[in-house]
Design a protein around this ligand. Structure first.
Ligand code: ATP
Ligand code: MG
Length: 392
């Protein structure tokens, strides 16, 4: 039996004049993502994308799995392709829906008739097919308010389609439709979740990571690269910038008061991130900060970090509890990598008693005691770029 996949647009279906741009971007993202699984024809009509595989032995399970991670989709399902005759619709429904209807107790039928030339009107299709299914599956009764299974019949230009499932999509907007931002990606639990959340809003992500060898190991960097790879399932291709940070951290340690160490380090991270963001066409930075989580994330500390930023800093986790963040990181499958026990440069030279409510003037004064500029330039210059892409 021939099957296709129907994809219903999410929020972008509500867009006005530039809806077409969003649709095109989603279609492009989907095509790119499933290209390696076979040849497909994609057509769109009425906020739905119809994905037709050219070959009948395409691995639709895998196609569905990948589509489930693409932002911009409200719902998606597999559907059976029928001829535009009621007899064929009925016979194929018996066969195609056999499994799901054999075990269900209640159902209803809905019909959408885009092709007004089809001789039966929607209520008639519902009644006739409903009756036929009741006869075929004696275990069923009709429940129009709260059915276990909703059988949908769509009559379109070339064919009719029947389906009975509607899987919730990843939601959000197509990645790329909101421009690009640079994610400060550590090996921790929070920052991958922050990147995922911004990608959900259509932001194309690039990532930056700071390493401090020999205080941090190659394996710590590999862990972050693994996180990047995992994120590509949702975010598409990711440019990954790896910044050598040892020299700067040592300079802070040797020249600044210990209690200000972390905040100054974070300001310098932001400075480097902005320079790379500007070169890469990113319009904002993204971090995994959440108010009060650690000493460097009190409101006063965040204010000091923010004062070093010229571009907007998105902190999507700012009001979330750790348990809520962990829940997402499990859902998007980054938790297991994030909890591997390798050190981050943030844990190198951590002060015993960091200033919890630093004043900006004190921080600026402490930071100006040393000229970090040549070190910043060198770090930017020696930054390495790698590109990650989803598995094909
Ligand atoms: P995470 O779980 O994301 O590591 P965290 O709770 O450990 O966060 P911090 O270590 O204070 O918090 O870092 C706050 C934010 O700073 C991180 O969410 C991340 O965006 C950024 N960050 C921290 N360390 C690095 C690093 N080595 N490279 C890039 N960004 C980093
Ligand atoms: Mg961290």
């Amino acid at each position: 039996m021939k099957e296709i996949i129907l994809v219903k647009y999410g929020e972008m279906a509500l867009k006005g004049l530039n809806k077409k741009t969003f649709e095109d971007m989603l279609t492009k993202n989907i095509k790119r993502r499933i290209k390696s699984l076979g040849k497909f024809v994609c057509t769109s009509a009425q906020s739905t994308l119809y994905i037709t595989p050219e070959s009948e032995d395409t691995d639709l399970e895998e196609v569905m799995e990948r589509i489930g991670k693409i932002f911009g989709i409200a719902a998606y399902c597999r559907a059976c392709v029928c001829e535009k005759s009621f007899d064929d619709i009925r016979e194929k429904s018996f066969d195609y829906l056999n499994e799901i209807l054999s075990y269900a107790k209640t159902f209803k039928v809905t019909a959408k008739r885009a092709d007004k030339a089809f001789p039966m009107k929607s209520p008639e299709i519902c009644m006739e097919l409903g009756g036929a299914l009741l006869e075929k599956f004696p275990n069923l009764t009709v429940d129009v308010k709260n059915p276990e299974v909703t059988v949908t019949v769509e009559i379109r230009d070339t064919n009719a389609f029947v389906h009975a499932e509607n899987i919730k999509g990843a939601g959000g907007l197509p990645v790329g439709s909101s421009g690009k931002a640079l994610l400060l990606l550590s090996g921790g639990i929070d920052s991958p979740v922050a990147g995922w959340m911004m990608a959900k809003r259509g932001v194309h992500i690039a990532a930056i990571h700071y390493v401090s060898p020999p205080y941090t190991s190659d394996r710590a960097q590999l862990k972050v690269e693994q996180l990047c790879e995992r994120l590509t399932d949702y975010c598409g291709g990711i440019a990954f910038y790896c910044v050598p940070f040892t020299e700067i951290q040592e300079a802070i340690k040797d020249n600044c008061p210990e209690e200000f160490f972390t905040v100054i380090m974070r300001r310098l991270m932001m400075e480097i991130a902005q320079r790379i963001a500007e070169k890469d066409g990113c319009l904002a930075l993204i971090t995994g900060e959440s108010v009060g989580q650690v000493a460097s994330q009190t409101m006063a500390a965040i204010a000091c970090t923010d004062a070093a930023c010229r571009m907007p800093v998105f902190r999507p986790l700012i009001g979330m509890d750790k348990t809520e963040i962990i829940e997402i990181s499990r859902k998007i499958d980054t938790f297991d990598i994030s909890t591997l026990p390798y050190e981050d440069c943030c844990t190198v030279f951590t002060p015993k008693h960091p200033k919890v409510r630093p004043a900006l003037s004190d921080i600026e004064k402490a930071q100006s005691a040393f000229d970090f500029e040549p070190l910043i330039c060198r770090a930017v210059e020696n930054t390495e770029l790698k590109t990650f892409n989803f598995k094909r």
